[in-house]
Write a protein that binds this ligand. Structure first.
Ligand SMILES: Nc1ncnc2c1ncn2[C@@H]1O[C@H](COP(=O)(O)OP(=O)(O)O)[C@@H](O)[C@H]1O
Ligand SMILES: [Mg+2]
Length: 420
């Protein structure tokens, strides 16, 4: 079936769109048919820019700004409409309809209290997307897990188990992944098929925040890690930042921009003091090291077997300073850092593929077993907006055996005026 995936991450840097074809292998007899191997082939991938004013508003709110009901309604509607146009343009470009859209939406708030997720809010009204795509839309993917006692995040563990468990079993060792989005999330897949997944803390979010502030919003990130490479790590500031209680909490755990934003950096800067303001490059170098160190330390203290290999994805893979700082931290533990590209997945779209897989699972009635879900309480993820036609769901599957990711059908060139 063809599934269109829509999402905008914590960085709110754009709408990631992917259309993939997922096929269930039914050639192994009736039992295997109900627990098939899946193959996933990307047919189209692209990132569509948000209207700048919408992005600015979302970032301000995600950083703690307030909003009234009227504006929340307008924002939810406008984001739904922008997701809808991104979906419609992709379908038009592909030249064929899709069977299902999975829309994660834009997270505005992930409510964590007493160390547990209590609620989560993603914007982008699905009804607009269902109209534009003329297909059912699965949205609100995290709520069922939270209501059943889970964290609702990170979802990547579900994908990584399906994608990597067979490889871990073959090698007899664990394989780990890190997604370097705004927040960094880790999965460790062990050779017995068990998975741990959690947020280690900041990915690009702090680097982006200080660069955006210093440039008055002209630059949104440390392009190609140039500032990080030019600056010098301030050890006192690094030590102060590393004292944040989140880093000490045991996994599984999840976090967001509410915890790791400018107030966190500014209060550490204020405690460290100093005669003159810190140079931007030194601050970026320090935050880059913080990100790398907190990921490596989190992996080390997780209790999972140290993996031979950490497979990185997300926009942070494009930051050579971050990648080399992380590589250097991992070398000490005997782990290798590679981009997911070397394993056949475009690092910019691994999350898109993950959402497509979640869509396939829910569509087939398969519970979304997040690694942190309470035992026996995995739930089918998401709500469905039916769209213009009556809903016809397939016969449920018992589960899946695993997932093979095939090479993309073709690379999609940038479309006019929409691609970042
Ligand atoms: N060329 C680059 N140099 C440095 N950092 C980059 C580059 N391209 C992207 N990034 C980083 O990746 C981030 C976007 O990553 P992404 O995986 O989309 O995060 P999210 O899932 O939070 O949206 C940007 O905000 C930026 O920090
Ligand atoms: Mg993004």
């Amino acid at each position: 079936m063809k599934i269109l995936s829509l999402q905008s991450g914590t960085s709110a840097d754009g709408i990631d769109v992917a259309i993939v074809d997922i096929k269930a292998d039914g050639s192994r007899g009736p039992d295997a048919c109900r627990t098939p191997w899946l193959t996933l082939r990307p047919l189209l991938t692209r990132t569509v820019a948000w209207t700048p004013e919408l992005r600015t508003r979302v970032l301000a709110l995600a950083d703690g700004g307030s909003i009234d009901a009227a504006e929340l309604c307008r924002l939810d509607t406008r984001m739904g409409q922008e997701f809808a146009s991104a979906a419609a343009a992709a379908i038009k470009h592909l030249g064929s309809s899709v069977d299902l859209v999975v829309s994660h939406g834009q997270t505005l708030f992930h409510w964590v209290d007493g160390g547990h997720a209590r609620g989560t809010l993603q914007l982008g009204e699905a009804a607009w997307i269902a109209e534009a795509a003329a297909a059912p839309v699965l949205c609100n993917l995290r709520a069922a897990d939270i209501a059943a006692g889970g964290e609702g995040a990170p979802l990547m563990g579900v994908f990584d188990r399906a994608w990597l468990a067979a490889a871990a079993a073959d090698t007899g060792g664990s394989v780990a992944t890190v997604n370097l989005g705004g927040i960094a999330n880790l999965s460790v897949v062990s050779s017995d098929g068990t998975v741990m997944a959690w947020d280690s803390g900041p990915g690009n979010v702090l680097i982006d925040a200080v660069v955006a502030r210093a440039s008055h919003g002209v630059d949104g990130f440390d392009a190609d890690g140039r500032l990080g490479a030019a600056g010098k790590v301030n050890d006192r500031l690094l030590a102060m930042l590393l004292q944040h209680p989140y880093f000490l909490r045991p996994a599984p755990k999840s976090t967001g921009r509410e915890t790791f934003g400018l107030p966190f950096v500014d209060s550490a800067l204020a405690s460290v003091g100093g005669d003159s303001p810190m140079a931007l490059a030194d601050l970026v170098a320090t935050l880059t090291r913080l990100t790398a160190r907190s990921i490596a330390a989190s992996l080390r203290s997780s209790g999972a077997a140290q993996p031979a290999r950490l497979i990185a994805s997300g926009g942070g893979v494009r930051n050579p300073s971050l990648m080399s700082a992380l590589g250097a931290e991992l070398v000490r533990d005997g782990s290798d850092l590679v981009s997911s590209n070397t394993c056949g997945i475009d690092p910019d779209f691994k999350e898109s593929l993950m959402f497509a897989l979640l869509g396939f699972l829910s569509w087939h009635g398969v519970p979304c077993e997040l690694p942190a879900s309470s035992p026996g309480r995995a739930r089918v993820a998401g709500h469905i907006a039916a769209g213009p036609k009556p809903l016809r769901m397939p016969e449920p599957l018992n589960g899946i055996r695993g997932l093979r990711v095939l090479a993309p059908q073709h690379r999609t060139p940038a479309g006019p005026g929409t691609i970042l």
